[in-house]
Structures are given as C-alpha cells and as structure tokens.
Design a protein around this ligand. Structure first.
Ligand code: AMP
Ligand code: GLY
Length: 414
C-alpha cells in the first residue's frame, strides 16, 4: 500500500515512522516533509495548504490512503476535496475541524451538550469585553477565536495585561479580524487524551502531557510545546474513564447529532481541576509533540487503524507498557524571532529516536529550519529511565543555536 502523509513537523515524522513499521505499507510519500522525514519517505515540495497540489500527488501516485497532520490543511478543506475525488483520507472535514478552528463553535457545542469546561463569554467589541473583564475576578483567560499558532491565548493576572491583550485582539487585529472568548481560569494538571474517532466510535490512545512554557519550572512564554511524555501516573483510571465517558464520547456523539460527524483524531486538551476533569481545548488532529511519545507505544499496525477510522469503523489498538519521554530542541529565541540555517551534528551518535520538527539540508549538511527543530525520545521501563535516556541523547547533539528544557516530566518524576 502507498500512503501520503501531509505535513512537515515532528508529528508527521512520528506518523511516517509508525507507518514504516506496518507490514502492509510499501511506500510512504510526504508533502512537504523535512530533512528527517526524507530519510523514511519520498518527499514533495508542496505546501500543506496547496490542496490542488496535494490532490495531484495523490491521484498521480495512486495512493491508497492519505493521512493529514496539520490543522492548516484541515481548515483549507483537504479532506472535503479528497473525498469528493473518491480518495481515502484520514482526518475530519473542514466543518468538523471547526471544533479546533473556532473556539466559539467548540464552546457552544460543550454548553449545549453539558460537556464540562470553563465558563465563558464571547466578544467582538473591545468596550464590552473590557467591561466584562472589569466585572470578573483575575486571573482571567483571553482566547483569540481562530488559528493563532498557539499564541492566541493570554492568561491575564493584572487589569493592564488584560487590557493590552484585548487591544491586540480586538482593536489592533493582531491575529486578523476576530472574536475573543473570555474564560474562567481553571487550575490543576493538564493532560492530553487523543482518541481515534469515527462518528460515534471513540478509540482512546495512551495519555500524554505536553509542556507549553519555553523554560524550566514552567516559566517563560507559551510555545507550541517543549516536551512530552507518556504514561501519566497522576491521572487515575477513574479520571481517564470519566474523561472518556463524560467528555470524549459525548463530544463525538454531539458532532454526529449536529450533522458534522468527526472522523480522525480528536484531541482532548484536559485539566484535572478540583471539581473534576474539564476541557481546556479540543484539537482536530494529532497533537505535536504528544504524537511523538504516543505512537512509539503503539504495538498494532497503524495502517489498519487509519483505514478503519477513515471508513467509519472502530479499532482495537494494543499499547506497550514502556514509558516514553521526549525533549524539544528549539532555536534560541523561539517562540519569538529566531535564526535558521545553523548546522546540526552528532545525530549519528544518538541512540534514541529523533523526530525532525524543523530541519533542512543545505549543501549536504543538516541545518535548523524552524522554531522547534528536533524532538529526542527516550524510552525506558519507567519515566525516570526514559528521562535519563532522552537527556543523554540530547547531550550528543551539537548545534550552537539550540536550547531545550531539562525538566520534562517533572510533574511525574520525583
Ligand atoms: P489553549 O490554546 O486553549 O490550549 O490554551 C493554551 C494554554 O493556556 C493551555 O494549555 C493552558 O495551560 C492555558 N489555559 C487555557 N485555558 C485555560 C483556562 N480556562 N484556565 C487555565 N489555564 C488555561
Ligand atoms: N501539543 C499541543 C498541540 O498539539 O496543540
């Protein structure tokens, strides 16, 4: 079987790697891919939002299945177009992907179906948003409604911070013309529950936790994610069961009820609050970097799972008991401005999985080509072992423009 993967990050590299373990898959194509993916797949220089370009590859190459990585491709309608052309594709339609692309859609759905989440209100007008913030307690959570590459969320602890964020979002249109959802501030450990979903069929994956802040001790600005690990000892079987029965299954059923059935990966960004597990956000795709620690634990053939879900059937994946812990190597300056093109060496010495997030080849040398550059995954019998393996592997990698967190897993490893 021939499979096309769309995307260019660590998530897509992990998907390509999982597909490469399938006995049924003879060839993997990836668009646009990156330098690491190119070692395991044939890559095409076609953007993940160039739907016509992607369609041409799929038709010309007669691919048996396409797997979509990024939200940008989903929001551009790749699944709708591929389906209209009779192609098998894994991912939600543009309408179903609204559960991620529109905070208001997600919040309204949760309110209508009683799915536990933070209280909220939506605003388009700066003055009324400001008045609402002034009438409520701080901290408060301000979310730009739309895709803002993880930068559209501000947790304001002072009236000045709240005002400056509201100005950015509603007066200066920093992310474009849009709305703001103002939310109640929740507390507790966060975790990610990714599920394969086909209509009402919900098939959970193993739990993972991301680390959103740039620096150790969860300090610094929010990023796309600086590290992840699996499993999560502080989430009990009861919590997980609750999250499945009260959040993930009802949400899948609600999408069917609303006439926008979801097919693909539904990502629950959840928080274990003192009042129980609540939704922070939904994503309509595999998480990045969660996927890079979850898929290495998958023992079943991922090609079978992708096909089953794409055809609206359930699946029964098996997972290994080993622990995985991964560390992001990011360009200095990320999530702000950063340089590209710094040479990376030492990867040949690394005895661990390394997924490329943002790399390229320049004059035959591997160079940095993004904010998040590499993801190094340690494995072990427990998280402590996995953490040691990941940190040891990171030490082997040489590059003068990368930084990483050294405390990934701190909530679970004492
Ligand atoms: P989001 O893009 O919605 O995942 O938000 C980014 C990050 O902001 C989350 O991972 C949380 O750490 C934090 N956050 C979002 N919403 C809330 C909330 N209602 N209460 C507390 N923290 C939140
Ligand atoms: N790890 C966060 C995300 O994929 O959105």
């Amino acid at each position: 079987m021939k499979v096309l993967v769309i995307g260019s990050g660590g998530r897509e590299h992990a998907i390509v790697d999982a597909l490469s373990r399938s006995a049924q898959v003879s060839e993997i194509l990836c668009a646009p891919g990156n330098a690491g993916i190119a070692q395991q797949a044939r890559t095409f220089p076609v953007k993940d939002t160039d739907i016509e370009g992607l369609l041409k590859i799929a038709l010309y190459e007669k691919v048996d299945l396409t797997v979509v990585g990024p939200e940008s491709s989903l929001a551009a309608g790749v699944v709708d177009t591929f389906k209209a052309n009779g192609l098998r594709i894994f991912g939600p339609t543009k309408a179903a992907a609204q559960i991620e692309s529109s905070k208001e859609f997600a919040k309204n759905l949760m309110a209508k179906y009683g799915i536990p989440t933070a209280g909220y209100e939506t605003f388009t007008d700066y003055e009324s948003a400001k008045a609402y913030v002034e009438a409520h307690s701080l901290p408060t959570v301000l979310k730009y409604d739309g895709l803002a590459a993880g930068k559209g969320v501000v947790i304001a602890t002072t009236p000045e911070e709240a005002d400056s964020a509201l100005r950015d979002m509603l007066l200066d249109d920093k992310f474009g013309k849009g709305k703001v959802v103002i939310e109640e501030f929740l507390t507790g450990p966060e975790f990610s529950l990714l599920c394969f979903v086909a209509g009402k069929e919900v098939v959970p994956m193993v739990l993972a936790q991301d680390h959103k802040r740039a620096y150790d001790n969860d300090e610094g600005p929010n990023t796309g994610g600086m590290g992840a690990y699996s499993p999560l000892p502080f989430i009990t079987d009861e919590d997980r069961e609750y999250a499945l029965e009260k959040i993930m299954r009802p949400t899948a059923a609600a999408m069917v009820e609303e006439g926008v059935p979801f097919c693909g990966v539904l990502y629950g960004g959840l928080m274990k609050t003192p009042e129980g597990v609540k939704v922070i956000e939904f994503n309509a795709r595999f998480g990045d970097p969660e996927t890079e620690v979850v898929l290495p634990r998958l023992k079943s053939d991922i090609y079978d799972i992708f096909c089953a879900i794409a055809e609206g059937r359930g699946a029964e994946p098996e997972w290994s008991d080993k622990a995985t812990l991964g560390i992001v190597l990011a360009s200095k300056g990320y999530p702000g401005d950063y340089e590209k093109g710094h040479v990376i060496e030492g990867l040949d010495k690394v005895d661990a999985k390394v997924y490329h997030m943002g790399t390229a080849l320049k004059d035959g040398k591997l160079v940095t080509n993004g904010g998040r550059v590499l993801f190094v995954v340690g494995e072990g019998a427990d998280l402590k072992e996995a953490q040691q393996a990941a940190l040891a592997a990171v030490e082997q990698i040489e590059c003068d423009n990368l930084f990483h967190r050294s405390d990934i897993g701190h909530q679970a490893i004492k």
